[in-house]
Design a protein around this ligand. Structure first.
Ligand SMILES: Cc1cc2nc3c(=O)[nH]c(=O)nc-3n(C[C@H](O)[C@H](O)[C@H](O)COP(=O)(O)OP(=O)(O)OC[C@H]3O[C@@H](n4cnc5c(N)ncnc54)[C@H](O)[C@@H]3O)c2cc1C
Ligand code: SF4
Ligand code: SF4
Length: 349
């Protein structure tokens, strides 16, 4: 019997917060170990893309979770710490060693279970020169655009927001790409780009916006409304993967697009790369410490985690995008599943 011993949750993003929130609500003590200096994970950097109405991106959900976890007596939080080792007695977890990111100091936390919720890393498109990222002026990522919009600093990307601009979003950058070992869909980016396009068009109606896609992966109850809004707002949804980006002499960005079976050159002022999700930095080390396996793409293989019977890692659970890329809704579902497994197993941990 574990006599109310805590569950250690690695990662304080949406996944880790949602697991902690669900466990605390059911009276189980937990400790969130987050390597950064704040809770919230990646979502803290994403902009609200509301137009004259909420577009249902779920990003503000993270603030509700932080507030709920912070006000709970059942949850303690260690910021600036990461996992160093796992101590077992036979198959049972005894404790978790954690290390300060800043000083390297180590300490031991009593634990009967561990949840890996260490999230993802956005793809870095400079790995593939094709995209012109960090090489051509005016090419940026959806990550950067979110940060500029969120901080109200868009002028560092567009010097005069009042001028008419042509902007293109390129989908599936670093996803669905066998050549870089990422032959999977990151699932969040079609919706997130479309919402951002709508937000920009609403804020700067003089901007002309195109979105180039392989096929639009937009699901959920807002899907129909988003597509309808895109059409009514004149956002050009263009199926096709544009060719290499070239900077013309006047600084504009030129691409080749196939139109009616013919190659057509088009020019844009700015190109936004919708970068996919890659395994988090340090994933190998977390997996090794916890005794988990990684799948072919480097995410945690879910068949080796979960409830007690899922050897070889009893007492170790997985939640969120460290197991599979996805949006916030999918992350919340996965966190709910992890919490339900822990609740079912708790008396035997
Ligand atoms: C540009 C962009 C825009 C997006 N916009 C949307 C959107 O509008 N709507 C939507 O639904 N989804 C969106 N997403 C997807 C969304 O960001 C993810 O679904 C969500 O962040 C997943 O949460 P997570 O907790 O699994 O991972 P993360 O947010 O990555 O959180 C993981 C946490 O774990 C911590 N961590 C990592 N390693 C360790 C370690 N070893 N020890 C301790 N802590 C560790 C990290 O610091 C981080 O705080 C977007 C993604 C991107 C890239
Ligand atoms: S658009 Fe997203 S962040 Fe903005 S209010 Fe709606 S759900 Fe919240
Ligand atoms: S969600 Fe869209 S942009 Fe993202 S990987 Fe899937 S198809 Fe490509």
């Amino acid at each position: 019997m574990n006599k109310n011993r805590p569950i250690v949750i690695l990662g304080g993003g949406v996944a880790g917060l949602a697991v902690a929130d669900a466990l605390a609500e059911n009276g189980l003590p937990c400790m969130i170990v987050e390597r950064e200096t704040a809770l919230g994970g990646r979502v803290k950097n994403w902009a609200c893309t509301a137009t004259d109405r909420c577009l249902g991106c779920y990003c503000c959900k993270v603030d509700d979770l932080i507030q709920s976890v912070r006000s709970s007596d059942m949850v303690s939080v260690q910021l600036g710490w990461e996992v160093a080792r796992l101590v077992r007695d036979g198959s049972k977890i005894e404790s978790v060693g954690i290390r300060s990111v800043q000083t390297g100091e180590e300490k031991v936390a009593d634990a009967c279970a561990v949840v890996a919720a260490v999230g993802f890393e956005p793809y870095n498109p400079s790995e593939k020169g094709f995209w012109g990222y960090k090489r051509l002026d005016g090419v940026a990522t959806l990550v950067e655009l979110n940060e500029w919009v969120q901080s109200g600093n868009l002028r560092s990307f567009v010097s005069d927001v009042n001028q008419p601009l042509r902007i293109a979003f390129f989908q599936c950058v670093g996803s669905r790409d066998r050549s870089i070992g990422a032959n999977y869909c990151s699932e969040y980016c079609c919706s997130a780009s479309l919402r951002m396009a709508l937000h920009l068009r609403y804020s700067y109606p003089q901007w002309d916006i195109s979105l180039f896609y392989i096929d639009l992966q937009i699901a959920g109850k807002m899907a129909g409304a988003l597509l309808k809004d895109a059409r009514s707002q004149g956002i050009h949804l263009i199926q096709g993967v544009p060719g290499e980006i070239i900077q013309a002499d006047d600084g504009r960005l030129s691409i080749v697009n196939v139109k009616n079976g013919l190659n057509a050159r088009e020019e844009f002022d700015k190109i936004i790369l919708s970068t996919g999700q890659r395994p988090a930095r340090g994933m190998n080390s977390v997996a090794e410490i916890l005794g988990l396996k990684l799948n072919e793409f480097g995410f945690i293989s879910q068949s080796h985690a979960g409830s007690q019977e899922h050897a070889p890692a009893p007492g170790v659970y997985v939640a969120g995008t460290c197991a599979e890329p996805g949006n916030i809704q999918k992350t919340l579902l996965s966190a709910g599943r992890a919490a339900a497994l822990i609740l079912a197993d708790y008396s035997n941990l």
